[in-house]
Design a protein around this ligand. Structure first.
Ligand SMILES: Nc1ncnc2c1ncn2[C@@H]1O[C@H](COP(=O)(O)OP(=O)(O)OP(=O)(O)O)[C@@H](O)[C@H]1O
Length: 410
């Protein structure tokens, strides 16, 4: 930025009043011409300042226009592949992998490096460099080296645990079994059932048991604002898993990208479709005997696009149902293991009282019961605390918590 020019000093001359008139006149002339000089300098500075103000105003207008364009239209995501000397860059658009040579301003060029993610408009002009910190890759995945959850902490779904172990754990732990028999293990496993029944826990427990990295991505995260972002995230997800084998990829809410679409052909729909195609293509090019297993989960099974259930894709379906009476009793026992519970607590009775509760709801019930004990200045949780907790939860949320168990799920 140019520095503002300094203001010239005010001309100053001491004129001796005792000088003869002609010399005083000459000195005054000199002073006058100094003043004229300064005036000229100031006028030229004023002119420069006005030019500068005009330039700044134009820049503000331009930035405002750019801002409006950015706010008003969808942009495409691309990765900078190469930065060339002549103010050009090669960018590759996500989604369709189209490579384009595009001009950039020298200012933008200074800030760009190969590998940067940028947002481009319809004419491939680079609008914005995406901040590394907002890199979706890091933000939208939950990664844990070896989750803590074990099968012993999951109650009421023993049959589902057995099926998941067979379909996911065994191919990882004993791939030779499949080689010897000459069959391919299931490519992907789809867990479906009402919310809060332990689907995520199951996926985590397999990762724990097999010492695998657990990488979770929610389907809703894959439906991103920017065009091309979803399919890029799917690629990132698989790349991340390859870097960290053995790994379990868990895609929760898969319905967000794999719902049977209506007739509408909006660009949002097309984007979701692209994301799903990317997922399917990653799965198709996948070694089912490799060290990466894929588990997806949904509580909207009825809405799923059947394309994802074809052989070689999510070809093993496991229903994780609402817990029955025995299951609820087991879950109650699991979640009170660490609690100071009175011997008189009748878990069988509580399991009956909690008909329709999901595992997640039973977990919050046990916490609520503990709160009642604290309120009554006790360190031990009594049967009545559980009953009070049930009453409170049903009062608080009569329309929501209890009835939500089978809400979306049919
Ligand atoms: N079968 C279960 N046994 C023990 N605890 C459970 C069970 N199901 C759910 N929970 C409790 O509820 C919490 C949430 O469960 P989880 O996230 O596994 O459910 P989910 O089926 O994946 O739900 P959503 O469909 O909403 O993602 C768990 O952390 C656990 O504390």
């Amino acid at each position: 930025m140019s520095r503002s020019p300094s203001i010239p000093d005010r001309p100053h001359r001491d004129i001796d009043p005792d000088l003869p008139d002609n010399e005083r006149l000459e000195a005054l002339h000199g002073h006058f011409s100094d003043l004229v000089d300064v005036n000229e300098q100031l006028a030229s500075q004023l002119e420069q300042a006005e030019d500068r103000r005009e330039q700044l105003r134009e820049r503000v207008d331009r930035v405002e226009r750019e801002n409006e364009t950015l706010k008003g239209s969808s942009l495409y995501i691309a990765t900078v592949e190469d930065v060339l000397d002549n103010d050009e860059v090669v960018v590759k658009q996500h989604g369709n992998n189209q490579e384009v040579l595009t001009d950039v301003s020298p200012r933008m060029l200074e800030r760009l490096e190969a590998g940067d993610r940028v947002a481009v408009n319809d004419s491939f002009a680079v609008q914005t460099i995406l901040d590394a910190e907002t890199d979706a890759r890091a933000q939208s995945m939950e990664i844990s080296e070896r989750p803590q959850v074990t099968y012993g902490e999951i109650g009421g779904i023993d049959e589902q645990i057995r099926e998941v172990r067979e379909a996911v754990e065994q191919p990882l732990a004993e791939p030779e079994l499949f080689e010897d028999v000459g069959i391919e293990p299931p490519s992907g496993v789809l867990l479906h059932g009402p919310p809060g029944t332990g689907k995520t826990m199951l996926a985590k427990a397999v990762a724990n048991e097999t010492n695998a990295t657990f990488i979770k991505m929610a389907g809703s995260e894959l439906v991103r604002k920017f065009i091309g972002e979803g399919s890029r995230l799917v690629r990132d997800l698989f790349e991340m898993a390859r870097e960290r084998e053995p790994a379990i990829i868990f895609i929760d809410e898969i319905d967000a990208i794999a719902t049977t679409r209506t007739e509408s052909k909006t660009s949002g729909d097309a984007e979701v479709q692209r994301t799903m195609m990317q997922l399917l293509s990653e799965m198709d090019g996948f070694d089912a005997r490799g060290e990466i297993r894929i588990i997806a989960a949904t509580n909207r099974f009825d809405m799923l696009d059947r394309a994802i259930l074809r052989p070689g894709r999510f070809d093993r379906l496991i229903e994780v149902p609402e817990a029955d009476q025995d299951g609820r009793e087991q879950i109650l026992q699991i979640h009170t293991r660490g609690m100071n519970v009175d011997d008189e607590v009748d878990f069988d009775d509580l399991a009956e009282e909690t008909d329709g509760y999901s595992g997640a709801e039973i977990e919050s019930l046990t916490t609520e019961a503990g709160m009642f004990a604290i309120r009554n200045d006790r360190e031990e949780v009594h049967h009545e605390d559980f009953l009070n907790a049930i009453e409170k939860i049903e009062d608080d949320d009569s329309s929501d918590v209890i009835s939500s168990a089978g809400y979306f799920y049919q």
